[in-house]
Write a protein that binds this ligand. Structure first.
Ligand SMILES: Nc1ncnc2c1ncn2[C@@H]1O[C@H](COP(=O)(O)OP(=O)(O)O)[C@@H](O)[C@H]1O
Ligand SMILES: O=P(O)(O)OC[C@H]1O[C@](O)(COP(=O)(O)O)[C@@H](O)[C@@H]1O
Length: 318
């Protein structure tokens, strides 16, 4: 079972343009769709669509229009009652597949609501294989919330605690890496560079991120899956490093591609795959997500054709 946490869910509105985005002009969009989004929800939807057991934990206000969209997904969820409505995030995709994302900070949680969220996450982890802590934290929430969650889950479940994957950025990611030793992190190249305090690489992404990721593993994190958009992904764990290029695809919307990669990785892992199979599945799912409009969960029917070539890499630090 894979439990996902989305502390800051988002009603994702995706607009498709039939001409490049003209900043400052009035422009007619060709189409639009709305999805119940947020990183943990997206991960859970992919896992559920693949037939594996999953539970999404999230804060949700009574009468929030987000609830109807979430119910439509069929994703099993446990909602913690809160006052603030889910934010809306806007994505604009042009004919070349260039995606512009405008994300809101999300409504603050009151302190009792944060405590309730923490308690529900801990109890939801009973018997789980993985706990996925994904996305930003709502405005005003302490950047150490995920650290607190990880400590509480491990204290409650001890030897039987799930492995913990974290897909976040900025201060919450720094806090987790500084003190919580997650089993897996999934930054992209920008989030990894920000974490390491270096400029984000702009070329030769695989070779650029390998030493940055390797410096974190295994002292600070058990493993790192670094996704690189159309350049593929890199995986580093205690036994070494792997890389795989992304297939060439027709991009519809890259929203949810990173979440789908993480879901693909975890799906292969819970089905007994080795790191190479997990990385290949991450690439397949990420690329499949990018071919779908909006934030839709891909399935194996959406996989791009062909094999994913995984390469074992020399340790860049030796
Ligand atoms: N333009 C693209 N072409 C092919 N695959 C892509 C493309 N963009 C994303 N992907 C796939 O999705 C994965 C995750 O994308 P990425 O943009 O790195 O995630 P994030 O949304 O977290 O930044 C990539 O590793 C790749 O497999
Ligand atoms: O929580 P954050 O970091 O603000 O991101 C939320 C947004 O990211 C998404 O989860 C998509 O994430 P990815 O494109 O990185 O896979 C959207 O559904 C949501 O609008």
């Amino acid at each position: 079972m894979i439990v996902t946490v989305t502390a800051n869910p988002s009603l994702d509105r995706a607009m498709v343009l039939d001409a490049p985005l003209d900043v400052g002009a009035v422009q007619l969009a060709a189409s639009s769709r709305e999805d119940a989004g947020g990183k943990g929800i997206n991960v859970g939807r992919v896992i559920g669509a693949a037939g594996e057991e999953t539970l999404a934990v999230l804060p949700l206000a009574l009468h929030d229009p987000f609830a109807a969209l979430l119910a439509d997904t069929g994703l099993p969820f446990h909602a913690v009652p809160v006052h603030g409505h889910a934010r809306s995030n806007l994505t604009i995709t042009d004919p070349a597949g260039v995606t512009t994302k405008l994300n809101l900070p999300g409504a603050s949680l009151r302190s009792g609501e944060t405590d309730a969220l923490l308690a529900i996450i801990v109890s939801a982890c009973e018997g789980a294989d993985w706990l996925v802590l994904a996305g930003s934290l709502p405005k005003g929430m302490d950047a150490g919330f995920y650290v607190e969650v990880i400590a509480a889950v491990r204290a409650r479940w001890g030897e039987t605690a799930p492995r913990i994957a974290v897909d976040t950025s900025g201060a919450p990611l720094r806090a987790v890496v500084a003190s919580a030793h997650p089993d897996l992190i999934k930054p992209n190249e920008h989030e990894l560079a920000d974490l390491a305090g270096v400029a984000a690489p702009t070329e030769d992404l695989m070779n650029a991120v390998l030493p940055i990721a390797a410096a974190l593993v295994p002292e600070r994190v058990g493993a790192a899956l670094i996704t690189l958009g159309g350049d593929g992904a890199v995986f580093v764990d205690g036994s070494g490093a792997l890389s795989a290029p992304a297939p060439r695809i027709q991009v519809a919307s890259t929203v949810g591609a990173g979440d789908s990669s993480l879901a693909g990785f975890l799906l292969a892992d819970v089905r007994g795959g080795d790191p190479s199979e997990c990385l290949a599945n991450a690439i397949r799912y990420g690329a499949a997500a990018a071919t779908l409009p909006g934030t839709q969960p891909p399935t194996s029917a959406d996989f791009p054709p062909g094999e994913i070539a995984v390469t074992r890499r020399a340790n860049p630090l030796t």
